[in-house]
Write a protein that binds this ligand. Structure first.
Ligand code: PGA
Length: 255
């Protein structure tokens, strides 16, 4: 068990203005900065990162990006490189979110992103998760393939520092089929840990931080953290509401 819970807010394509982003961030930071047992990371859209880095003080509430280019530099219209993200002040970056995979991102592309991030000292938050839970249990194989496929080519020395976010697609967003139970989450957090230990050895496999995301809110956060076998949360909608999000990080702090 890590000494701090890792709570990440994924703001997706919100809010509309940098001004609103700053106000929400400052609101969250005023609480997050006091919490010893939680590392809070807010991932705004790329164009709001600079506005918010100016508001970061200390290390308890810092910034992440939501995606990165798979290319190092050059002629890639619309892309943002890992070096540019580092320069803008982020410490973490989400990769392989299901909303990105839905646009056609492959495991090998995601692996290139992870490698560029680690070369630039940015911690990747790799998202994996199945579309559906089928009775035959094929989702287990799917998760294994996605995990190992996204890590293929990543040097073993970089694996231990990664964050893996288990995000079942059926439990994400306002159209989620249902919420994942702590038992659903525990099953997969154990699976992910086993796959990592088998592939990279006990020491490296146990160093990886495993978190959960998908319809997390203040009412279910505690049971997921206590019974889900995870060391943190990736929060979408509830991270845009400072009241909900600060309640959530305070709960995580007292576990
Ligand atoms: P949600 O999003 O919390 O709004 O379900 C989670 C995510 O997509 O990371």
């Amino acid at each position: 068990m890590k000494d701090k819970q890792l709570i990440i807010g994924n703001w997706k394509m919100n809010p509309k203005s940098a001004r609103e982003a700053r106000a929400t961030f400052l609101n969250i930071k005023s609480k997050a900065a006091k919490l010893r047992n939680v590392q809070t990371i807010i991932c705004p859209t790329h164009v709001h990162i600079r506005e918010l880095t100016q508001s970061v003080t200390g290390h308890r509430c810092v910034l992440g990006a939501q995606d990165v280019s798979a290319e190092k530099e050059g002629a890639h219209t619309g892309d943002v490189s890992a070096a540019q993200l580092l320069d803008s002040g982020v410490t973490h970056c989400i990769v392989g979110h299901s909303e990105r995979r839905a646009t056609g991102e492959s495991d090998s592309l995601i692996s290139k992103k992870i490698q560029l991030l680690t070369k630039n000292n940015i911690t990747p938050i790799l998202c994996i998760g199945e579309q559906q839970r089928d009775e035959a249990g094929r989702y287990i194989q799917h998760i294994k393939q996605q995990l190992l496929g996204s890590l293929q080519g990543v040097p073993k020395t970089q694996i231990g520092g990664l964050v893996i976010a288990y995000e079942p697609i059926w439990a994400i967003g306002k159209d989620a089929q249902r919420e994942a139970t702590p038992e659903d989450i525990l099953e997969i957090s154990i699976l992910i840990r086993k796959i990592l230990v088998d592939a990279y050895g006990k020491k490296t496999g146990e160093s990886v931080t495993i978190i959960y995301g998908g319809s997390v809110h203040p009412e279910n956060a505690e049971s997921i953290l206590v019974r889900g076998g995870v060391e943190g949360l990736l929060v979408g909608r509830a991270s845009l509401d400072p009241t909900k999000f600060t309640t959530l990080i305070s709960l995580a702090n007292s576990i």
